[in-house]
Design a protein. Sequence first.
Length: 256
Amino acid sequence: MTQTCRQWIVRCAGALVALAAAASPALAQRLTVAMDDSLGDAMKAVALEFTASHGGVSVSFLAGASGALLEQLGHDTTADVLVVGDVQTLELGEQRRLLVPAVLNVFASNALVLVVPMSAGLPVQRLSDLARPEVMRIAMGRPTSVPAGRYAREAINAQRLWSSLQRKVVIVESVHEVLDLVASSDADAGLVFATDVAAAAGRVRVVQTLPLGTPIHHAAAVVAGSRNPALAREFVAYLRSEPARVVFRQFGFGVP
């Protein structure tokens, strides 16, 4: 075999590897992001911008409630980044050494809203109306694992309504379940983040934005067991970049 032939084979092999890497996520740099349900569409849009500026990188997602995702990290370290709906979950993750200690990377803010079915006939205009006898079922996320549920409990406690509402509350495992219950009128009202409402557009309506003593902040951290920590740090930093902020604003989030 001549030197020219060998050079040609080497060039062809290199080209094939490059093509395979571009076509196959298995050969590209892979990043797995565990994210709170409330961040789904916005985070996927930000990831598209990130991969566009990072050739050969692919991003996949694990979606769920923030608390449940943190628990999963204790058993499964395939995730590289955890993106949550509240700062408390990240602080707990750092205490349990599941996340890399760092300055908290808050990248977006949100609000808590009270929603009712689009065709609701009940006179619910504010949180205190939920104590009315004709209101029978109130949907909210589990406070120990769903950030919107934690803030919902805080809002109810702030108005000293928990004792009046407790027997009416239907606890579920995600904001999507809250919205489904309200949209189908299986619940008379529900409490979710403002940005969650878009997922049930035309099926629920917002009647009140609730005041809270604790700001709702979305934050991210690198998972301690990440297989690609350098790329994970880049992604976490990118969430605060101007291109990412533009996307978050488009999806209704506030930005720092």
